[in-house]
Design a protein around this ligand. Structure first.
Ligand code: FES
Ligand code: FES
Length: 173
C-alpha cells in the first residue's frame, strides 16, 4: 500500500495541512478531511461542475485532481467569497436575480463566474454562457444565472480583484 503523503495548502486564506492517501481526491480532502463542504459532489466523473473550486486562481473540478496535487497551492471555495459578513457581489446578484433554485450547483457556478470576472470584468452574455458551460444546473434553465452574473459584472465594474490568474482563458476543469 502506498505511503500517505503530508501536504500543506492554503484554503480560503487559511493554512491547512493533512496527511493523505495518494489516491484521495481534492474534493474529498476538502469535504471529508478539512470540513470545507461548500463544494458539492454531483457526479464524481467531471461532468457536472458542482465541485468547482479555484486552484491558484484558476477553476478546476475538484473531483478530477488528487489532494496531493494541491500541495503548496492555494484553494478558494465558495466559503471564501463572502467577506466580513457581507455576501460577495456575485452571491448577492444570484440572490437578487433568483439565480438558484435547489442550490446544488450554486457553489460551483459561483466559482466559475468568479473566475470569469477575474478574466473578463465586463463579459458578454455569450462569454458568460461559455464560461459556465462546464457547470450543469438541473433547475433554473440557466437564464437567471446568466442574468445574475451580468448583473454582478455591471455592479462591480472593476473585476473581482485579488486572485486574478494568468494567462487568460477558460479554466482547467
Ligand atoms: S462532482 Fe461533478 S464534476 Fe466533480
Ligand atoms: S439550482 Fe438546482 S441544480 Fe442548479
Amino acid at each position: 500500500m502506498p505511503e500517505p503523503i503530508a501536504i500543506r495548502l492554503t484554503v480560503n486564506g487559511r493554512p491547512r495541512e493533512a496527511t493523505v492517501e495518494p489516491r484521495l481526491l481534492l474534493i474529498d480532502l476538502l469535504r471529508d478531511v478539512l470540513e470545507v463542504t461548500g463544494p458539492h459532489v454531483g457526479c464524481d466523473t467531471s461532468s457536472c461542475g458542482a465541485c468547482t473550486v479555484l486552484l491558484d486562481g484558476r477553476t478546476v473540478k475538484a473531483c478530477t485532481l488528487f489532494a496531493a496535487q494541491a500541495d503548496g497551492r492555494e484553494v478558494l471555495t465558495v466559503e471564501g467569497l463572502a467577506k466580513d459578513g457581507e455576501l460577495h457581489p456575485l452571491q448577492q446578484a444570484f440572490w437578487d436575480n433568483h439565480g438558484l433554485q435547489c442550490g446544488y450547483c450554486t457553489p460551483g457556478m459561483l466559482m466559475s463566474a468568479y473566475y470569469l470576472l477575474s478574466q473578463i470584468p465586463n463579459p458578454t452574455e455569450a462569454q458568460v454562457r461559455h464560461f459556465i458551460a462546464g457547470n450543469l444546473c438541473r433547475c433554473t434553465g440557466y437564464q437567471n444565472i446568466v442574468k445574475a452574473i451580468l448583473d454582478a459584472a455591471a455592479k462591480m465594474q472593476g473585476g473581482v480583484g485579488g486572485t486574478a490568474p494568468s494567462p487568460p482563458g477558460r479554466g482547467l476543469g
